[in-house]
Design a protein. Structure first.
Length: 172
């Protein structure tokens, strides 16, 4: 693994508002796995909110993903996937790759995954995005309870009063 490439990806991730710590941890684990026993799994997600959702769900189910060798890596947007596939894919560290993308990003992500020599198996499309999946799974009232518990009711009310949001249902 080239440190300059890793630093470039870390900069891309951070510029998009995400932490590069998951990226660096996954790269270190994949490098170690290449020398030691067994492959590591890298879950590529678009951003930090996607990473937070997956790691929170795992923790609530009693799972420690990193201890299990599963690293959820935010890419700073789906358009960056090619760089992450270069680092972690068959031509790079050879980690087992899976991922999530929003429905609107499927075509570009699929092309990049196939160009990297990977099949689509293990990559999933969220309809319309991971946040929508959560709302449909939990229901809008439960999501509003989460917003309330996080102390974000005020910003949520401000958001729902914006002109584009006023005529939309709570689930939307």
């Amino acid at each position: 693994m080239d440190e300059a490439s890793l630093s470039r990806l870390a900069a891309i991730t951070e510029a998009a508002g995400a932490s590069s710590a998951p990226l660096r941890a996954a790269a270190a684990a994949a490098t170690k796995a290449g020398r030691a026993a067994g492959p590591r799994v890298v879950v590529l997600v678009e951003g930090m909110s996607d990473r937070s959702a997956l790691t929170t769900l795992a923790a609530r189910r009693g799972r420690d993903l990193e201890r299990e060798g599963v690293f959820v890596v935010p890419m700073g947007g789906a358009t960056n996937i090619g760089h992450f596939l270069d680092l972690f894919g068959p031509a790079g560290l050879g980690a087992r790759l899976v991922g999530l993308c929003d429905q609107g990003e499927e075509d570009g992500v699929r092309r990049s995954v196939e160009r990297a020599g990977l099949g689509w198996t293990g990559f999933f499309v969220c309809v319309a995005d991971l946040e929508d999946e959560m709302i449909r799974a939990l229901g809008a009232p439960a999501v509003e309870d989460v917003i309330e518990a996080a102390g974000e009711r005020g910003p949520f009310r401000t958001f729902t009063r914006q002109p584009f949001q006023r005529d939309r249902s709570r689930a939307q």
